[in-house]
Structure formats: C-alpha cells, structure tokens
Design a protein around this ligand. Structure first.
Ligand SMILES: [Zn+2]
Ligand SMILES: [Zn+2]
Length: 344
C-alpha cells in the first residue's frame, strides 16, 4: 500500500513509498483510514525539530478517522465495520506515576503513532484496541479526523484550567487549535476575544462566525484597548496561547488580569525573552498542555456530537497521498486551516 514515510532522521527524508499492509497483533485492530489530518507537528517531523522521539522509517500521521477492518487476537467489544477514531498514545508504560493517575500523555515511555509506530498517512493503520473511541453516526469521517486536535484542546482548556460563564478569555492565534479553543470556551459560556496578525484576516472572520465576541488583528488593531473595553479595565481572566510566538505570549501576559490563568497550547520551538516577574506581581497561574488522554477524547466527541465544536468548518483542503508535498506546502504556507489526506 501507498504511505507517506519519514525514512531517515534529519531535515527532509520524507517520500511516498510502497509498504506492506500492516497486520494487527494481539490486542490490536487494523483500521481502514478514511481521512487523516496534517498537524503542525508533522512539519516538525519533516524538519526533524521536535522533542518527541521518532523511529524512521515510519509512516507519518496521527490524526485520523476510519473503519475497523481486522481484529487481532483477544480484542473484545469491537467488530469489523465499526466507525472509530484512535488516540495517538500508542504505547505507554502503564506503571509510572503519570500512567497510574491517568495522565499517560506524560509517560516517559510514551511512543506515539506516526512518530514511533506506523501512522495513518496510508490506506491502513494498526492501533491498540484500548486507544479506540467509537465515532457516533452523527459525526462525519471528516470531522472525525479532527477529534485528535479537539481532544488536545479539551485536555488543556477543560482539564488543566477552569473556564466559567463569567470569564473573559483571550485566544491568541486563530489556527485550527485556536479556533477549536474558541469553540470550547464558548461552550463553557465564556466571552471570547481572538487575536491574530494581518495574515490571519480570513481566520479572524471565521472566528467571528464561530462566535468570537471580538477579534483583533494586532497589526492594525489595539488588543490592549479591546481587552480594556471588554473587561472594564480589569484584564482577561484566561489566556489560551495558540500562536506559539514571542509577541503573542508577551501581549497575552499583559492582557491578563491579576490571578488570571495562562494556558500555553502553542509550541514556540525556540527560547524567548520574557519579563517573568509579571507572574509574581500578578500572581498568575501558568500551565502548559501536552497531547490528550482518554477523558479528553470522550469529552471532545460529546462536544462535536452536540454541535458545540464544528471541526468540518476548519477543513480547507483534501489531497491524495501522492500530493503530500503540495499538501505540506499548503499547511506550511498557512494557506487554509486543516488539510486532510484521503488515502487511495
Ligand atoms: Zn496533532
Ligand atoms: Zn508511564
């Protein structure tokens, strides 16, 4: 079968290859992939600048939806034909303090689909049955491919910080993650401001359509003034930083009220300078968020099923595997939002 393979460490070394169809081992299922999404981290795998361990040659892709096609020995509760999505945490130790407390997303032995184990940029992929989640009939395969990034947002926004109906939330960076964070915060009843740059004009318009109470293009608009007006000078209660750049982090820290919560979802990929004392003077709570876990997936599926989060509106292109370079270029050039492969 055709697959997009990272075949060696270093910058580049990705190509479409003909690889053997995978077979499910004990406790595993084989899934016929319907759609697989390109994630920002796939570009980091291409460029080999991500801290998550890869094991080339490996089939890339960790965000996908599909149908169970074969069951390995000992799999119960699942049948061929079931519509499913699956967590990317393919392998964890099961014994460390993080695994024991359900935070296996932080397990030091975690091996990820599409990084270490062959992933979903292919006709078939194999995952452990315990990482499966049923895709309800009301959720399309296209939307299903975006449950993974939705679950990552849910983990941060719903599990690591608290957002209530009286909160004003600033989401910086209106990419697929930011626009999902917007929808999750709106579902919690919050007032939400979304900020972006001149390149983000279309994305900010989409943010407004998805329920943002205010949007600010920081190249022409005044974020501080918008926040001042919305909060009677108090500052926002919560920041969800999805832009992953210095300027957004600094302006978000400035916009935050005393005792506010700061959630870092975006990766900067480099060091930055920061007036770190602001955290002391304002008694801020600062947290990061990595990947997702079982409960995040359950909640993400509920949010999508209820229509509180609409992942389909973020899909801006669909490509065959053969056109992976063009698809990656579209993503890297920030043309559109979420790009999907439809494996042939
Ligand atoms: Zn991802
Ligand atoms: Zn562990």
């Amino acid at each position: 079968m055709k697959a997009v393979v990272k075949y060696a460490k270093g910058k580049g070394f990705v190509e479409v290859r003909d690889v053997p169809e995978p077979q499910p081992g004990p406790g595993e299922v084989r899934i016929r992939v319907e759609y697989a999404g390109i994630c920002a981290s796939d570009l980091h795998i291409l460029n080999d600048d991500i801290a998550i361990t890869i094991r080339p040659p490996v089939v890339m892709g960790h965000e996908f939806s599909g149908t169970i096609d074969r069951l390995g020995d000992g799999v119960e509760g699942w049948s061929a034909g079931d519509r499913v999505v699956a967590e990317a945490s393919y392998e964890v130790c099961g014994a460390c303090r993080y695994c024991a407390s359900g935070f296996y997303n932080l397990c030091g032995s975690r091996k990820v689909l599409g990084y270490w184990h062959d992933g979903a940029f292919a006709r078939y992929t194999v995952v452990p049955a315990r990482r499966l989640h049923r895709l309800p009939a009301g959720i399309s395969f296209k939307a299903g491919a975006l449950i993974e990034p939705t679950a990552c947002v849910v983990h941060g926004v719903c599990e690591l910080i608290t957002i209530g109906p009286h909160d004003v939330v600033l989401v910086t960076g209106p990419g697929a993650i930011g626009l999902t964070a917007l929808q999750v915060a709106k579902a919690a009843g919050a007032t939400v401001v979304v900020s972006g740059t001149a390149d983000d004009r279309a994305r900010l318009e989409l943010a407004a359509k998805l329920g943002a109470d205010a949007t600010v293009d920081v190249s022409t608009g005044d974020l501080a003034k918008t926040v001042h007006d919305l909060t009677a000078g108090r500052g926002v209660d919560v920041v969800v930083e999805c832009a992953g750049n210095d300027r957004a982090v600094r302006s978000a820290l400035d916009a935050l009220r005393k005792q506010g919560q700061f959630l870092q979802l975006g990766l900067l990929g480099r060091d930055m300078q920061l007036a770190f004392d602001a955290i002391v003077y304002k008694e801020l709570k600062v947290t990061g968020s990595l990947s997702s876990r079982d409960v995040s997936w359950r909640r993400a599926i509920e949010l999508v099923e209820r229509g509180d989060v609409r992942p389909e509106v973020l899909v801006s292109g669909e490509y065959p595997l053969d056109d992976w370079e063009e698809a990656f270029r579209m993503h890297a050039g920030r043309k559109g939002l979420k790009i999907l492969f439809k494996p042939e």
